[in-house]
Design a protein around this ligand. Sequence first.
Ligand SMILES: [Fe+2]
Length: 331
Amino acid sequence: MGPASKEMRWETQSGVLAGMPAQWSEARRFWAANRFWMETQNLASKRYGGKRKQHWYAMMVMTKVLEQALRITGYYEAGRAHADDLRLRHIDLAFPDLPPAFDGFTLLHLSDLHLDGSPGLEDRILALIAGQTFDLCALTGDYRAAVHGPHDRAMQALERLVRGIDTREGILGILGNHDDTHMVPPIEAMGVRLLVNERFVLERDGQRLQFVGTDDVHYYYTDQAAVALQSARDAFTIALIHSPELCDAAAAAGVSLYLCGHTHAGQVCLPQGVPLVKHLRAGRAYYRGCWHHQGMLGVTNSGAGTSGIPVRFNSRGEVLVLHLRRRAHGV
Ligand SMILES: [Fe+2]
């Protein structure tokens, strides 16, 4: 089959994806056609379990009922104020095998922005990091509030945020379960390097620091995500994966650091931060903070935004600055 007939097959299969950027690799095109089909069919895919229909309507009704209950009881405004109260957190992460050229590397980690659901969030983040330069920034998905529909407002806010972030090596991003195929071109046009089951390698003094980013694995798991992690054997690797649900595959592949978000650390929690819902099917113990899994270090960012209802209780939104250190293992 020649190149012309291949192109025709993509166009026939994917409809509006006929306009996929010409520079996309065949692997990226294959991913996009499958992802777009799942989005339009309202399907979610999980590891080992095939595909199933999503039930957005039930979730929307539950969210509206909870929101009304908060308004009636007077807790809504307090929850909103708490959601807006972002904190900046610096965390030292130590690895005995970090290539020496990257000792002291600083990584700004932002997750779960849901920008169109939290007006002004981009400005609050920029105020927290004003005047600071980082080696790299990693965005671990969920730029939009809803899981379907328009993304224009979220993209406008993301562009404003991205323009204000100062880094030496650029900005990497991955997709979350609230992000769809058609957000890839506008995000890449902002200069963000999106990793869709792909890798990015930095080299200093002949030493390498590798980032492997996967598509979301909460709704849109495919084996392409697990396969992408296999390149971890080639270099010291940081995995960017929207949720902690692929921790076992990443640890087995030799990933050194796993960065994720998705859970919002519960967002609405009982006292002591006990979450009502984690939205995780695997890695449920890793719904917040720093953790270890089979020798791999992980960080679950509690997110800067909110989803569902724009409130937080007993969980705090955060912006993380991770400092990589070459020394005995630890946090
Ligand atoms: Fe998510």
